[in-house]
Design a protein around this ligand. Structure first.
Ligand code: KG4
Ligand code: ZN
Length: 331
């Protein structure tokens, strides 16, 4: 079976071909234009997708040596995400699907992130704990089985990716903040500044990052460049605080569920210090990370999940719309 996946939920225009659960191509174009604004401008993002999508799809077909006529279905992210950008991708997918007379499968972006772990290990078995950390979400899931997902905890305020992005802005670094903070942190000492770690009540599986961000803001207000502490030290200490919180909550979720396997998903999962710290701190269970290129937004995860969903969908219906606030079902 051959599936074309399309992803336009935010500022990555992406297309991928998945054949029999193997990714043949995965093309991602990140819209650099937003970096000068320090965040994604939705209207600009939609227009950029509009301009690029046709080309990116052609490239995904070309790279995988696939003809349009051999596609069995198209899968497309329909939420959560920005309304305008989702609409661009979904309209494109529906138009192409109608023209080719093949099914179009709506994909939940969060579920696709989680399923990127099956690309890392096709033998991954349910149940497992998943820490989902992206720009808009920080959640702990107990993934019991296909479509049986229990939310264990989530953030009360900012997402971890947002904490990286806002922290980078405070530090005068570029957008997106995660890679920028990770890069400069390599030159710094993570123990130079003691930022607060909101671990909330004992045993809580919820997160909070807004206090940490405020504390960075206050620190920078009184920071003098001639201080002994460098910008790299501050960035490394801030990053370490986020990582410590994520790891502590993951440990609690593993204890709470008795899980034997734990995975991580979403853009923040690309952070190498987070990965290293997890390996050092969580020993007794199997731990999986998606490939770096499948952590941040991509269409490989969308085409793959499309194939997983194919047998369960109504093949004749394209009557689904965009769902900017789509949640993962909470069975
Ligand atoms: O999953 P993703 O690509 O898009 C959403 O679905 O939101 O996640 C984007 C987020 C951004 O906040 C970005 O700063 C963060 O992931 N991110 C990182 C790294 N790469 C991307 N955070 C920390 N370290 C990284 N290396
Ligand atoms: Zn994402």
């Amino acid at each position: 079976m051959i599936i074309l996946g399309i992803e336009t939920s935010c500022d990555e225009t992406a297309a991928s071909i998945c054949k029999d659960q193997k990714i043949l191509s995965s093309i991602v174009s990140s819209q650099m234009i937003h970096s000068k604004f320090g965040g994604v401008i939705p209207e600009i993002a939609s227009r950029e997708h509009e301009k690029l999508l046709n080309l990116i799809v052609k490239e995904a077909l070309f790279e995988s040596n696939t003809q349009l006529e051999s596609l069995d279905a198209i899968s497309v992210t329909n939420g959560p995400g920005l309304s305008g950008t989702l609409l661009t991708g979904v309209s494109f997918a529906k138009g192409l699907g109608l023209g080719l007379k093949i099914p179009v499968i709506p994909i939940n972006h969060l579920e696709a992130h989680i399923f990127a772990n099956f690309l890392a290990d096709p033998n991954l078995k349910f149940p497992f704990v998943c820490l989902l950390v992206s720009g808009g979400h920080t959640q702990l899931w107990w993934i019991k089985d296909m479509n049986k997902y229990i939310l264990l905890g989530e953030t009360r305020d900012d997402a971890a990716g947002e904490a990286f992005d806002k922290g980078a802005r405070i530090l005068g670094l570029e957008y997106p903040g995660g890679p920028a903070i990770e890069k400069i942190s390599k030159l710094g000492n993570p123990n130079s500044v003691r930022f607060p770690r909101a671990l909330l009540n004992k045993g809580s599986l919820e997160f909070s990052f807004s206090g940490l961000k405020t504390s960075l803001l206050y620190y920078m207000d009184s920071y003098n460049k001639s201080d002994e502490v460098s910008l790299a030290d501050i960035a490394a200490s801030y990053q370490q605080a986020i990582i410590d919180i994520l790891i502590e909550k993951m440990k609690r979720a593993i204890n709470y569920t008795g899980a034997k396997t734990c995975v991580i998903a979403g853009g923040v999962a690309a952070n190498k210090i987070l990965r290293k710290n997890i390996k050092e701190n969580i020993n007794d269970i199997k731990f999986l990370f998606p490939d770096l290129k499948y952590c941040t937004d991509n269409a490989a995860m969308v085409s793959f999940l499309g194939e997983v969903k194919f047998s369960h969908i109504n093949k004749n219906s394209i009557e689904f719309g965009i769902k900017p606030n789509l949640k993962l079902n909470k069975n």
